[in-house]
Design a protein. Structure first.
Length: 272
């Protein structure tokens, strides 16, 4: 039987829908177990579920509210398993070992960061990634956001200005290796379009932790200059290919260019 492109697209959308359902079940299980009394949700999936980011992300990224040397999310695995079982889904949780490949990448591959995969045993190719930063950069604030499905519950999330700071940190310091992370540039433009300000204080805390040699006092002009320099080295055609699978309408990328992102940078707002 020959599969058409439409069949492949439908299957991809089905898997995305299953992953998002799994993400929400996991959030409910963690909340039921008391996880959000000591941690907060952040990253692309947080932006999608609670702030309306129009792209999919398979990761569940969390940050402890304070630094903890000997902390493990494994104490919440029973809560996760019970929540999935109640939804009729059998899961497997496996730990993934991280390998630091370069200094510039180390901010995103911390050796003390827990990383797990939650797999659907009936659909082994459908899985979500769960990651907790146990040594977070501080200077952030949180708020509780309502999750309506599979039942109503409140999830503790980073505030948008701090999520924006994390995204700018990624733009400046994430290693590209062979492929530009176009998702970072998509999210960056979205933050500016939505009018969310950038929390310079939290961004400085992130830089102090990952690259202290760059951690002078940040100013509006200074951070814009750093972003402009980064833009000069981006292949935006390559960046499009990274993000297109996660976006329903690829035509929105027709405008992408260095000049487009330079103007986005100039429209960026920062906190007072």
């Amino acid at each position: 039987m020959i599969r058409s492109d439409a069949d492949d697209s439908d299957e991809a959308q089905r898997q995305l829908a299953i992953r998002e359902a799994m993400q929400k079940i996991a959030l409910n299980g963690l909340q039921r177990g008391g996880f959000f009394s000591e941690a907060a949700f952040y990253g692309g999936t947080c932006l999608r579920i609670f702030y309306g980011l129009p792209r999919f992300s398979e990761d569940l990224d969390f940050s402890l509210l304070d630094v903890a040397q000997k902390w493990s999310i494994e104490k919440y695995f029973k809560d996760l398993e019970r929540e999935f079982e109640a939804a009729g889904v059998e899961i497997d949780i496996s730990r993934k070992k991280k390998v630091q490949e370069s200094k510039i990448e180390s901010a995103f591959l911390k050796s003390d960061t827990s990383l797990y995969h939650i797999s659907n045993k009936c659909l082994p190719h459908v899985r979500i990634k769960l990651e907790v930063d146990t040594r977070p950069p501080l200077g952030f604030e949180t708020e509780y956001k309502l999750l309506l499905q599979p039942y109503s519950t409140m999830i503790r999330c980073y505030m948008p200005a701090d999520l924006f700071a994390g995204k700018v940190h990624a733009l400046l310091y994430r290693a590209w290796k062979k492929r530009v992370k176009g998702r970072d540039w998509f999210d960056f433009a979205w933050f500016v379009q939505k009018g969310f300000p950038l929390n310079l204080t939290h961004l400085q805390k992130r830089i102090e932790q990952s690259h202290p040699e760059d951690a002078g006092d940040l100013t509006d002009d200074g951070i814009r200059q750093r972003l402009m320099a980064r833009i000069d080295h981006v292949d935006f055609n390559q960046a499009k290919q990274d993000v297109i699978p996660f976006i329903p309408d690829p035509h929105i990328f027709d405008i992408w260019s260095r000049e487009y992102f330079r103007q986005i940078v100039m429209l960026m707002r920062t906190t007072d």
